[in-house]
Design a protein around this ligand. Structure first.
Ligand code: IMP
Length: 169
C-alpha cells in the first residue's frame, strides 16, 4: 500500500489549522467536536495546536457500509455540551459525498450555536452528492479510497499512523 499523507505532514497540517483557529476564536471558548470514530486521531493532534481555552466533545454518526455511502445518516452518540450560543468547531476525517457535513449542519444549526466551523483533514470534492464545504481542509485528494490515521475499511486500519491509498492486493 502506498502512503498518501505521512504522519509528519498531518502534524504540519494540524499546526497550520490550529494556529488559524486560535486566531479566529481568540477571546472565545469554542467547543471542538470530534466526529467519531474516524476523526479521533486528527482531533487529538489538532487540539494540541490550539493555544486558546477550549473544550472538547464527541459526536458519532454513521452513513457508511463497507466502501459505499448509504446516503442516510444515523446519530449514534450525541453531544454532551449544550451548544446554544457557543462557537462550535466540528472536526471530520474526510468529506466525501457531503452527507455527513450537510446533515450535521442541519441538525446542529437547530440548536442555535453562535457559529459552526467545519474542519476536515481530507476532502474528496469530486465525490460530492450534495452541498457541503468545510471551512478548513488539510488536503484535497482525488477519488481514492484511503485508510489509516483514523480512516477505516470495515473498522480495520484506523491504527496506522499515516494515510494510505487502499488497494485490494
Ligand atoms: P460523507 O458523509 O459521504 O461525506 O462521508 C463521510 C464519512 O465517510 C467520513 O467521515 C468517513 O468516515 C467515510 N469515508 C469517506 N471516504 C472514505 C475513505 O476514503 N476512507 C475511509 N472512510 C471514508
Amino acid at each position: 500500500m502506498k502512503v498518501l499523507i505521512s504522519n509528519e505532514e498531518i502534524v504540519e497540517i494540524s499546526k497550520k489549522i490550529g494556529a488559524k483557529l486560535s486566531e479566529k476564536f481568540a477571546g472565545k471558548f469554542p467547543v471542538v467536536v470530534c466526529v467519531l470514530k474516524g476523526a479521533a486521531p486528527f482531533h487529538a493532534e489538532l487540539v494540541k495546536h490550539i493555544s486558546i481555552d477550549m473544550e472538547v466533545d464527541y459526536i458519532q454518526v454513521s452513513s457508511y457500509i463497507g466502501k459505499e455511502s448509504t446516503g442516510v445518516i444515523t446519530f449514534k452518540k450525541d453531544l454532551e455540551v449544550d451548544i446554544t450560543g457557543r462557537d462550535v468547531i466540528i472536526v471530520e476525517d474526510i468529506v466525501d459525498t457531503g452527507t455527513t457535513l450537510n446533515a450535521l449542519t442541519t441538525e446542529l444549526s437547530k440548536r442555535n450555536p453562535n457559529s459552526l466551523t467545519f474542519v476536515s483533514l481530507l476532502d474528496k470534492p469530486s465525490r460530492r452528492k450534495m452541498e457541503a464545504k468545510a471551512d478548513y481542509v488539510g488536503k484535497t485528494i482525488d477519488d481514492l479510497f484511503v485508510i489509516g490515521f483514523g480512516l477505516d475499511l470495515d473498522q480495520k486500519y484506523r491504527n496506522l499512523k499515516d494515510v494510505y491509498i487502499y488497494d485490494e492486493d
